[in-house]
Design a binder for this molecule. Structure first.
Ligand SMILES: *Cc1c(COP(=O)(O)O)cnc(C)c1O
Length: 427
């Protein structure tokens, strides 16, 4: 690691057209208030400075208006969630009425599977990936059992080829084509949480739908990270959370997408609650449920306004910068990270994430060529040096330079710290 490279990083920062956004986030610090190189936006995004103001606004309206805040608040609570729909639609390439912010990711996944995993006749299987995030796996397996089916037969798990970490699009499509007639629903990640691989949403959606399957996407690691065109892809549904790249805060309200072609199908089976009822009918308190058209018709409860306030802030940030600009920087930033790793640590660090920028987002997953215990020690050592990444069992360090608030110099500091730690192990 050379000073020349550090200067190159600083030059890139000086030329970065969105560098000033870093100052609009609170970046976490160490216990002694030292600056931290925060590379964990894939796990919990940093706090937008404006978020506190939006939360305080809700606290004030509640304090001063009580129940009247539903109508008279600065942003009336009755329609608060509706203000999120248009900016959310822009983030995932959907029409505003195709998306809704509600519940949390796993809850939304269950709600969507209730509507879009309807095993019948010979078509009973649910296809996921073998290394799905545990919550997705538990949700999928429990849905299969809920229908009285046996996961051994009806939960199909796609996996990568022996010796490979990432899935190949052609293998996914081939499996769907071979088994399509028994697959009710395909549910896959937009960006895989462990490897950082971005899947080809349009191609896989088209292949599955040509077999008559329903298709849904988990965008937990994709939203706010890579461009997605949900509407155009034709996907039936999608779900995601907002606390990773969308910076909505810990446990932030999640999101869901229902394609327009299902939006006006009140007969589509669903689990209902009063907030999904047509707003014109909702307060008549009648026995009859009339689903609101669009994704709003899947809402259950009146939403947690306080939890939505940071999300509203963050979506305004995204609208102000635009995902195109963020993505441009992201490709450059992650490319810089990869180049430094390859130049200095190629023999000691394996990059698990695909090298093709079109097949990845901001994060790189790294496997150290060490024993698991030594690798863990290196990970902890990074933290001691003020560089925060995360560890995912069995042996992966995930590093996400987030274009909104990370700099090229952050990336340089990470690689320098890793280099120093690895030197310490004698590797
Ligand atoms: C982060 C993440 C989750 C978390 O689920 P919650 O219901 O929000 O706790 C689920 N699935 C995937 C793929 C994730 O990356």
């Amino acid at each position: 690691m050379t000073d020349l490279e550090r200067n190159a990083a600083r030059t890139l920062d000086a030329a970065d057209p969105i560098a000033l956004w870093r100052g609009r986030f609170h970046l976490p610090r160490t216990a002694n208030a030292e600056p931290l190189v925060y590379l964990c936006g894939h796990s919990l995004g940093a706090q937008p400075v404006q978020a506190a103001r939006y939360v305080e606004e809700v606290m004030r309206d509640w304090r001063e208006l009580g129940v009247e805040g539903h109508f008279a608040a600065q942003r009336p609570w009755l329609s608060y969630h509706a203000a999120l729909a248009a900016p959310l639609g822009r983030l995932v390439g959907a029409l505003p009425h195709e998306v809704v912010a509600m519940n949390t990711l796993t809850v939304n996944l269950h709600l969507m599977l209730v509507s879009f995993y309807r095993p019948a006749g010979a078509r009973t299987a649910l296809l996921i990936e073998k290394h799905a995030f545990p919550s997705d796996r538990y949700a999928a397996e429990s849905q299969v059992r809920w229908h009285g089916l046996d996961p051994v037969h009806d939960l199909i798990e796609i996996e990568s080829r022996p010796g490979e970490d990432c899935l190949r699009t052609e293998d996914i499509i081939d499996r769907i084509q071979r088994e399509g007639q028994r697959i009710a629903t395909v549910m896959l990640p937009g960006v895989q949480y462990l490897t950082g691989q971005a899947l080809d949403i349009p191609a896989i959606t088209a292949a599955a739908q040509s077999q008559g399957c329903k298709v849904g996407w988990d965008l937990a690691h994709a939203i706010g990270n890579v461009p997605v065109s949900l509407h155009e892809s034709g996907a039936d549904f999608a779900v995601w959370c907002h606390y990773k790249y969308v910076n909505g805060g810990p446990g932030a309200v999640g999101g869901a997408f229902v394609h327009e072609r299902h939006a006006r199908s009140p007969d589509l089976p669903r689990l209902s609650g009063w907030w999904g009822n047509d707003p014109a009918e909702r307060f008549r308190m009648a026995a009859q449920f009339t689903a609101t058209a669009g994704a709003d018709g899947w809402q259950l409860s009146n939403p947690p306004i306080l939890a939505m306030a940071p999300l509203l802030t963050s979506l305004e940030y995204f609208d102000a910068v635009g995902l195109t600009q963020l993505r441009d920087k992201s490709v450059q930033l992650t490319g810089f990270l990869e180049a430094l790793l390859r130049r200095h640590l190629n023999d000691r660090v394996q990059v698990v994430t695909p090298a093709d920028p079109a097949q990845r987002g901001a994060a790189l997953s790294l496997r150290l060529r060490l024993s698991r215990d030594q690798a863990r020690t290196v990970f902890v050592g990074l933290q001691r040096r003020g560089v925060l990444t995360d560890w995912r069992e069995p042996d992966v360090i995930r590093v996400a330079p987030v274009p909104f608030y990370n700099s090229f110099e952050d990336v340089w500091q990470f690689v320098a710290a890793l280099d120093a730690e690895l030197a310490g192990t004698g590797a």
